[in-house]
Design a protein around this ligand. Structure first.
Ligand code: COA
Length: 198
């Protein structure tokens, strides 16, 4: 099987993200994005054990409305697959390059906020991998992908005001708070990054 062709993009002078353009034959399991320590690829039912354990962890899910059962985690995976097919993006599985172990998920999600379409960055990292800069690394790659490959001028992240770890990730990405909104029944801050020059 041929290797995926690779394209290096310098985005906003901040960092280099390696974008991997998948070959048609290997699409699906090929990484979509590569960062210094992570590969991001589409998830499928084979990843359910990991996704189910992540979404069932009360610490990981403490800022979400609830933890998820295995059936709900399977529906979550299917929802991402629908997003990949419809939008070309969704939550991707994040794998540690050094070990191949799944560490979490990060990606881009089409959202509607206050009646307007938005592109959101989302990230969930397993507890044993926290505080190593992995969410920041994955989120920066998603942001840069949105700007450089999807041609978006703006990305947001929706964060509950009490979610200090997530606000820390947004701060590292220099995202600026724009407003508060109700989302999924909870107050959220809308933090924004815009493509330089827009
Ligand atoms: C939010 C989350 C993804 C951060 O993952 P992470 O890989 O640990 O984040 P990083 O290591 O990139 O941290 C970036 C910065 O955020 C802040 N931060 C991260 N964890 C923190 C914590 N527990 N307490 C306070 N600040 C924290 C720090 O400023 C950190 O930088 P520093 O370590 O140099 O001080 C992770 O805590 C998580 O999965 N939480 C549960 C799911 C979730 O809430 N997702 C976001 C929904 S909006």
């Amino acid at each position: 099987m041929e290797r995926a062709s690779e394209l290096y993009t310098r985005v906003s002078g901040r960092e280099i993200v390696k974008e991997i353009v998948p070959d048609t034959e290997s699409a699906g399991k090929s990484p979509v994005l590569e960062t210094p320590r992570l590969l991001l690829r589409e998830m499928d039912v084979g990843d359910l054990d990991f996704i189910a354990s992540l979404l069932a962890d009360p610490e990981v899910m403490r800022f979400f409305p609830k933890t998820y059962s295995r059936e709900e985690a399977a529906a979550w995976v299917r929802r991402q697959q629908e997003r990949y097919a419809r939008d070309g993006y969704g939550y991707w599985l994040a794998l540690e390059k050094a070990t191949g172990a799944p560490v979490g998920q990060a990606g881009l999600i089409a959202l509607e906020v206050d009646g307007a379409p938005e592109l959101g960055i989302g990230y969930i990292i397993g507890g044993s991998y926290w505080r190593r800069g992995l969410a920041t690394e994955a989120a920066a790659a998603c942001r840069d992908h949105a700007f450089a490959r999807l041609g978006k001028a703006r990305v947001i992240t929706l964060i509950r005001p009490e979610n200090a770890p997530s606000l820390g990730v947004a701060a590292k990405l220099d995202m600026r708070p724009e407003k508060r909104t109700m989302f999924a029944g909870f107050e959220h801050l809308v933090l924004v990054a815009t493509r330089q020059g827009v």
